[in-house]
Ligand binder design. Sequence first.
Ligand code: DHB
Ligand code: MG
Length: 222
Amino acid sequence: MAESTPRNWAAADQYLADTLVGEDPALAAALTAQRAAGLPDIEVAPVGGKLLNLIARMSGARRVLEIGTLGGYSTIWLARAVGEDGQVVSIEAEPDNAAVARASIDAAGVGDRVAIRIGRAADVLPTLDGSPPFDLVFIDADKESNTVYLDWAARLGRSGTVIVLDNIGREGEIVNADTDDPRVVGTREGLQMLGEDPRFDATALQTIGIKGWDGVALALVL
Ligand code: DHB
Ligand code: MG
C-alpha cells in the first residue's frame, strides 16, 4: 500500500486531474498569468474547480456570486457553468488581481458573463442588495470575514441557493483550541454559523491533494 505522504497525495490528485479534468489551455493560461503577476498560488485545485462547475450545473445556477476573484481561475470554471445567458458577479479587493483576472476571463471567452466588482467584499455586498437572487455563492476570500459573507450569501440568495465555502480544513488547525490565527478563528466561526444558523443546512468535506490538507463546506439556504 502506498505511504500517506504529501507527495503521494499530490500525485494521486494529479492523476485524478489528468483522468477527469484533462488539459485546458484557457485555464492553464490563467494560471501562467497569475504566477507571472506574482499572485499567490492559492486558487482551487483543478478537481476543485471542476467540482464548482459541476455543482453549478447540477443545481441549474444561472446567477453566481463569487467572493474572492484572485486571478480568475475559479471564476472561469463558474462562468462556463452558467451558460451564455448566465452571469457571474465576482468581488475582488485588490485592483491588480482584478486586472489579471479580467484579462484571463476575457481570453477564456467568457468575459461577457462576468462582472468583477473591485473593493472590500464587506463594502461591495450591500450594493448588490435588490438585485435578483443568486443561485450559487462561492466564498473564497479573507477567512476572518466568513460569517459576514455567509450572512450576505443568505440575504442575497433565496430558498435553494447553494453556498460553497472554501478552506474549511486548514491542515486540521480548526481543532486547535490554542490557535490565535485569525484565519482559523474565522473559519471556525463560519462553520459554527453553518451548524447553528437556521437559515442553513450544511456539511463539509476535508480534501487532500496538490493544495495540501484543507476542505470545503457545502450549504443549502433554507
Ligand atoms: C489561503 C486562502 C485560500 O483561499 C486558499 O484556497 C488557500 C490558502 C490563505 O489565505 O492562506
Ligand atoms: Mg481558497
